[in-house]
Design a protein around this ligand. Structure first.
Ligand code: MET
Length: 500
């Protein structure tokens, strides 16, 4: 008998999967990515990436987790002899992402409090980099720990690890059942308010206006795939871990479609909300919308405070709701990513869940302090770019090749999913994963390498990018291989319950 934790309900699993997928990537990354890559025209590569790679990969990860019933390394090990290194590599990528992702949630936490007094004043940019982050002058300098970041960061870790301590059903499932519906309500309120602002239509026009000239540009397709991977939490094995807690009789394919479309719906909603307020701000300042568009840190912590300042009424409340939605979306994603390596470490060393949370979660929490220093923003920017470009995408490419071509597992996985699911997988699924996805990802890797070998990301110094980009991205592969070299306790103690 296996004593693996299990989700209590199907809705609980779906909410947790959606909770993982819907994160900072949806709110602050998607709108500007879509805008910069062709606006309305971006939806074509985006939909293509979603249907040929995103959802097929989601189905693959759900099926692997469900069939092999283990953390990612265990599941990959059972899928193909000697393939656990792929699982460990992806677990290490998840670990790296968790260290900086937590810090962004901490910033949002501070800003939700700042909203009450509009603490950023008339110069949100100066406030962010000066007073709040106390940003170091040179990339690579650590400076000292910034208390204004450290304190909320501690709260983020206490909440996240607290949820994990409570377990899969009593912790993760309950947290998502509360956080996700709350997030949907808050975000809907924000969007309705945004849509009724003067100038909203200008923003929406800028967002949806298609620039078809971009469609043949390879980098637009690279952006669409990158967005889908990060946003759906695929290729860093979160979904393998979550689906390994499904009861034996569970739908797989339908769940994957619900998760995939749910995530994209939230993304489009975020695009509408964000561009409506950008249109409002452009109108207030009498400038074209292009001039106020930004992404990531700049969008959330500079442009939004400016917009909140100019809001016609209830500025403080709007600010609190916006940063509150970032916190909720972020926490549910962070919980999933930490669970991924906690489960891996627990099985590898045969220790209790509690110990694994203390060691695994604790180590990530300690390393996240790097991003709470005065140089934190530079480190975060570089690590985020490189771990996505040469971690998530490369590992996605390798895992698809390994499953489809080396282990030749697609037919077996298809049979497993079809035996359980409402929607039946056909040859289209194997073609997407065996042919289309590897070809596109292979091209992406080539393009990414070419770009990064011929120019410096963000114009940072080469040495800085070597230390805080290349080394970390390829170090994750090295650590993954290292971890897989010793057989894990689970495989030594029992090689049963492989689901075969
Ligand atoms: N899917 C999440 C997002 O969109 C990221 C992965 S989980 C940290 O933000």
């Amino acid at each position: 008998m296996e004593n693996r934790p299990q989700w209590g309900t199907r809705a609980g699993f779906i909410l947790a999967a959606v909770g993982s997928a819907v994160g900072l990537g949806n709110i602050w990354r998607f709108p500007a990515t879509a805008y910069e890559n062709g606006g309305g025209a971006f939806f074509l590569p985006y939909l293509f990436a979603l249907l040929t790679a995103g959802i097929p990969l989601l189905i693959m990860e759900f099926t692997i987790g469900h069939k092999y019933r283990g953390s990612a390394p265990t599941s990959y090990g059972r899928l193909g002899q000697g393939k656990s290194w792929i699982g460990w590599w992806q677990v290490t990528i998840a670990f790296v992402i968790s260290t900086y992702y937590a810090v962004i949630i901490a910033w949002a936490m501070s800003y939700s409090v700042f909203s009450f007094s509009l603490a950023w004043g008339d110069d949100p940019e100066g406030f962010l980099y000066g007073e709040h982050l106390k940003l170091a002058e040179t990339p690579g300098d650590f400076g000292s720990l910034v208390p204004g970041v450290l304190i909320p960061l501690i709260i983020v870790w206490v909440v996240t690890l607290g949820v994990l301590f409570a377990g899969v059903k009593k912790g993760i499932e309950i947290a998502n059942k509360i956080f996700i519906p709350t997030l949907v309500v808050i975000f809907t309120i924000i969007c309705i308010r945004a849509l009724t602002l003067d100038g909203a239509l200008l923003g929406l026009e800028a967002f949806f206006k298609p620039d078809w000239s971009k469609i043949l540009d390879g980098s637009v397709w690279v952006a669409a795939y990158g967005q889908i991977f990060f946003s759906l939490s695929i290729a860093f094995v979160i979904m393998v871990t979550y689906s390994s807690y499904l009861p034996k009789k569970s739908d797989i394919t339908n769940n994957a479609f619900i998760t995939g479309f749910g995530n994209s719906a939230f993304e489009v909603l975020a695009g509408i909300g964000v561009f409506s307020v950008l249109g409002f701000m452009a109108k207030q300042q009498g400038v074209p919308v292009e001039e106020v568009v930004s992404a990531g840190v700049g969008l959330a912590f500079v442009v939004f405070p400016q917009i909140i300042n100019e809001f016609p009424a209830f500025n403080e409340l709007f600010g609190f709701l916006f940063f509150g939605s970032l916190i909720l979306a972020g926490l549910t994603s962070l919980i999933s990513i930490v669970e991924t390596f906690v489960a891996g470490v627990q099985e590898k060393f045969g220790i209790s869940r509690t110990k694994s949370i203390i060691f695994g979660g604790g180590l990530s929490a300690i390393l996240s302090l790097i991003f709470a220093t005065q140089g934190g923003l530079y480190f975060l920017d570089s690590v985020d770019y490189f771990i996505n470009t040469f971690g998530v995408t490369l590992a996605g490419f390798v895992s698809v090749l390994a499953v489809a071509w080396f282990a030749k597992e697609l037919k077996n996985l298809q049979a497993h999913a079809n035996g359980l699911s409402d929607i039946q997988l056909g040859a289209w699924w194997r073609i997407c994963l065996g042919v289309i996805t590897p070809v596109v990802l292979g091209y992406m890797m080539f393009d990414n390498l070419r770009t990064n070998l011929t120019s410096e990301y963000g114009e940072y110094p080469r040495e800085f990018l070597f230390n805080w980009g290349w080394t970390i991205a390829f170090g994750a592969l090295f650590v993954g291989i290292l971890f897989s070299m010793k057989r894990s306790k689970t495989d030594v103690v029992s090689s049963t319950s492989t689901g075969k």
